[in-house]
Every structure is written in structure tokens, then in C-alpha cells.
Design a protein around this ligand. Sequence first.
Ligand code: ADP
Ligand code: MG
Length: 549
Amino acid sequence: SDGDISFMSQSGAFITAVLDWAAERDVGFKDIVSLGNKAVLDESDFVAEWGDDPDTDVILGYLEDINDGSSFVQTAREVTQETPIVLVKSGRTDAGASAAASHTGAMAGSERAYEAGLDKAGTLRVESVQELFDYAQILAGQPLPDGDEIAIVTNAGGPGVMTTDAVGDSDLQLAQFGDETFSRLREEMPDEANIYNPVDIIGDAPAERFETALETVLADDNVSMAVVVACPTAVLSFEELSERVVEQQERFEKPVAATLMGGKSVDAGANVLSEAGVPNYFDPARAVGSLDALRRYREIRATEYEEPTTFDVDRERAREILESGARRGSNRLGVEAMELLDAYGIPTPQGDVVSSPVEAEAIAEEIGDDVVMKIVSPDILHKSDIGGVEVGVPVEDVRDTYEDLVVRARNYQEDATILGVQVQEMVDLDNGVETILGMNRDPQFGPLLLFGLGGIFVEVLEDNTVSVAPVSETEAKGMLDDIDSAPLLRGARGRDPVDEATLVETIQRLSQLVTDFPAIVELDINPLVATPDGVQAVDLRLTLDQEKL
Ligand code: ADP
Ligand code: MG
């Protein structure tokens, strides 16, 4: 064993199990630590220490929680440029989530914060102990690929198809061979062989034919890595095959994984592979998954961390708005605090909150068209649920509608604090997409941004993504790419695509707002209407922690 893996665990029992497991395999550990209660040293300390240790090639961790998410993200980001970090984070239930006042609070619970935080930290998060060690083995034993194209070489049709399916499930691509590769395979392989990827060199293949095929595909510039899938046959020696696979792997310095499909008969071959650091699995899906982990790690290494953009904003104005909200004695702010968004350059429709029917009419006349009217009360979280939103009100109905909205609010809660009624310009929803943009502050990772499909479907479809703020432009763009409904924003079904640049900028501006004001505990802009001409924040709800103001 080379002693090139360092491992930290928050469970002592798990360490014992791992040592037992490792004793039977050619897995060497450099350091193994039990994190215990993390009183003195925590996961960030060990990651930093191992990052500087030339004998640690891979860092593994089993974590139940993270002490200080922000410092972990910073430390891990740097270390992962040199040393891969693979983590199992055991899940926990989001008990607190249902108490949240915002949609974002309900959807962006602690489990998603970990997901986003560990992702931002550049770690490879795995779901199972098996994956943890699969990744460790291949990262310690194989070089990184220079692309994502994989070649499959097999002596059996069925397993070849299974391997191809596994490639389809991964982010790898089946390599398209160059002409030279085809002509060589055509020359060297039997007529019945399939020389297209997956290369099926058929059941009578001896080890030598495997080697020729592997050598040919690895020599191809269009191939970044290969998997060898071998079923036992009368003419095939797994041991000889393994020696030849190792030789070609070392010669081309491209990552290779093997799938020797058998029981005891594969042991001698498996040893040869293991000693050379070529991983071997019974299941082709594991071989492909591990190779895909190399691709992911390569991508992590290639990530250039850009600074978040700092926009020119009116921070003082924003502070005043938050403070005046706090002075009213409520921790919950709604559309009356809409100017907060204006102060940070997030567009809002024309309008105002007023406290009489006459004033409401005056605003509507100023807008000069049908308007939207909403009840404004810290006691009413979801305005439309109680009939507190009227869309498309003509000017002549504005006064009556004002009275109606107040009556409905009183019917809902007699002693509700009513701050007034918002009169707002209509936004063209027919040409727009209702999105949600929000933030929930996580105790470990800090502000967690959420972006997704908004409006009334928000909790039904739950199509959204989260990211730890502050986000860079690239990260903000990535959030847009991440949601399933991205094609909807990009002009599916003959619609005009929305103004993506402004949408991305709005995500960054909100990121700056919640980073500047730790007093904002959670915040929802729902909907943020995205149209071909820009975005409009139509609704706002936020919770304050007054002590942090
Ligand atoms: P709440 O979420 O508290 O019910 P909203 O302000 O989000 O209140 O309004 C509910 C819905 O009414 C929105 O999702 C949107 O479909 C519609 N709506 C609100 N404001 C406007 C507006 N200015 N223009 C067009 N539609 C609006
Ligand atoms: Mg809303």
C-alpha cells in the first residue's frame, strides 16, 4: 500500500469498519483521524493540513455536519486545486424548514445548503460508502483525463450495452474514433467484431486481441479514457489480460478502468490491476462512474474562481428602509419595502403603498392604465390566498377596490396591522415567465440564494436551484442553466427568449444585497417576472433579525 489516502470521520465505528475493509485490499492510508467532538480541530483544519502534505493524494471524509461552512468553503477551494476531496455527508431531515415564512425558506433547507456549500467548496460529494472508496481508488491510482470521451473495449455484447448505458447516465461521451483507428481495427480484428464504439472484439478474443484493441483506441486523440469489459471465456486469461491492460495504461497515461466479470477466476488478474492502481469492478456502471469522477475532478481543477461583481448601489437608502421597517416593530417586511430592491438596482414596477382610497386613485391616474392592487400587512404572508390581490383594476374602480381589500383583510384577521394598499403598474405576464429569486440564511454556510420557476406553481413544481452567496457572474449564469425550465426562459415553443443578461445581473445584485445585510434572514421575490425586455420584481417578502441591523 502506498499510504496516499487521508481519511477523517465523524464516526469512530466507521473508522474501524474502514480499516477492516482496507486490510483486505491494496488501499493504503496516510492518516486516519476521528473528528470526535471537533473541540480542538475540525474538518477545515485537516483539509488544510492534508492539502499541504505531499504524501496525501486524496482526502476522504465522512461528515455529519460542518462546523463553519464559510471557512470550509474557502479552505477546501484552495486545497482541491491540488488534492481531490471526496465526502460522504450523511443526510439530516429539515425539521426547521416547515416553520419558514418564505417559499425560499421552505425549499432551501439545511440539506440543500450542504449540497450547495460542498459544491462551491469544490469537493466531490458522494452518496454511498462504496462510491467514496471507488472514487478514492481511481483518484489515487489514475491520471486525470484531458477530455470526456470514453472508449469501451469488450468481448461480450450484453455487458458492452450495459456499459454504454452507464456512459449515457454519466457526463461522459462515447468517443468518436478517427479514421486511422477504424482502419487499424478493421485490419486487426475479426470480421464479426464491431469496430465502432463500444468495440466488441467477440467471445473468442484472447488477451492479446484485447491489448491490440485497447492500444489502438488509446492511441486515438479523440479518446480520453477507456474501460475494458471482459467476460470469462475458455481462451481468455484474466491475469494476462490484466498485465496487458496495465502496460497500455502506463504507456498512454490515459485513465483506464476494468470490469472483470467473474468470481474467484478474476482474483489473480484483479491483483495485477490493483497493484498498478487500475481499478476493477464487477459492475460496469461502477467503472464508468469512477471514470466520470475523474472528469468531474478535472473540471473542478479547471474552475477559475472569479470575484463577485460589485455593483454601484445605494446601500444607505437600503439601510434606511430596513431600519424604518424595524421601527414599525415587525420583523416581517412586504411590498412596502419594495424600494429596497430599487436601491440595489433590481427593477420594480411603478407604484406605491398608500393609506387612503383617494391616494390610491391618484397613483392609478399617474400610472395611467389598469393597475394591480394589493393589501399590505405584516400579518398577511400570502396576499392572494385571502383575496388580497386584485389584478387589472380600472382607474374608476380603484377607490372601491381599496375598501374591498381592507374588508377582506379584516375578515381574515380582525386585528391585523394594515399598512395600506399597494397600487402597482401591471406587468405583462403573457410575454413573461414568473420566476422566484430568494435567499435563506443558513447557520453553516451563510446566505443561500434560490432561483427557479415562480408564481403560483412554486411549491408544486419545485424547479429551483440553490447557490451559496456571494455568487460570481459565472455562478449566477450557472443557476439559470441548472433549472429544468431553462428552455422556457430561452424561448421554447416560439416564445421570445427572456432578457437573460438582466436576469443574471439581478441574481448577482440580490447576492450583493444579502451579503451586505446579515440582518436579512430570509427573502423572497416571488414572482420576479422575466420578459424579453428585462425583469420586474413584482412582490417582496423578507424577515429581519433586528439585532443584526
Ligand atoms: P402573494 O404572493 O402575496 O399572493 P403577489 O404580489 O405575488 O402576492 O401577487 C400574486 C400574483 O398576482 C402574482 O404571482 C402574479 O401572478 C400576479 N401579480 C401580482 N402583481 C402583478 C403585477 N404588477 N402585474 C401582473 N401580475 C401581477
Ligand atoms: Mg408572491
